[in-house]
Design a binder for this molecule. Sequence first.
Ligand code: ZN
Ligand code: ZN
Length: 143
Amino acid sequence: MSRTKRGCLFCGIIAGVEPGRIRASRERFTIIDDLYPEYNHTLALPNEHIENASTLTKEDIPLLLQMAESSLDVLRAQYGTALDESQVVMGYHWPPFNSQSHLHLHLLYPTSEFSFLHKLRFLPRSPWFIRHSDLISRLEKSS
Ligand SMILES: [Zn+2]
Ligand SMILES: [Zn+2]
């Protein structure tokens, strides 16, 4: 059984008690449409409530890799051969800059259509957003 947190919006969406558009349900995670549709992307949520990316360890790497692969599968199913994977960005908020205190992998696409503010928030390597691949290498180096 997964551990959930009372009052957490994402735990509620996973449990089906809060509205959300679920794109894929897996044993350990759920993929939903982002709450802000103009972003045109998905969120991958661990079914177990994990506060944020800084609490992750090496043992979480397989889960994160599966979340990223499934997020890409959802995008591939949606766009087919029109998909340009060079315009995909995947990453996590870094505390204390979380929008929701339930870990979520953002998949953003296509980067060429981002607004200026959207670019500022998600594209640079920054103190508030860590790329999926950067987080994986960071966890691999941790003991
Ligand atoms: Zn939660
Ligand atoms: Zn977010």
